[in-house]
Each structure stands twice: as C-alpha cells, then as structure tokens.
Design a protein. Structure first.
Length: 53
C-alpha cells in the first residue's frame, strides 16, 4: 500500500493523477501474477505500435 506522504512529492497538479495511474498498473500486474517491470516494459514497447482508431 502506498502511503499518503508519497503524494507530497508530486510537483504539479497532474502529478498525483499520473502517480495513481502508474501505481494502479503496477498493482494490477502484481495481482495477476505478472512481473511489474516486465509488464511495464511490454506496455511501453507495444502500445506505441498499436493502430487504434
């Protein structure tokens, strides 16, 4: 669980939302038995190549 004090280090108004998003992705990967680093690597490699409308 991420503590409330971690939000003190968000330098911009959009910082907490960005942090919450990445924490959510990491925790979801862990809950599904995936290696968070490998999952993020996969996402960062594959998402830019998608051709979604």
């Amino acid at each position: 669980m991420i503590g409330r004090k971690n939000w003190l280090f968000a330098n911009t108004p959009r910082g907490p939302k960005a942090s919450a998003t990445i924490y959510s992705v990491i925790e979801t990967a862990k809950e599904n038995g995936l290696n968070p680093f490998q999952y993020l690597k996969y996402l960062f490699e594959q998402l830019p190549q998608r051709d979604d409308p």
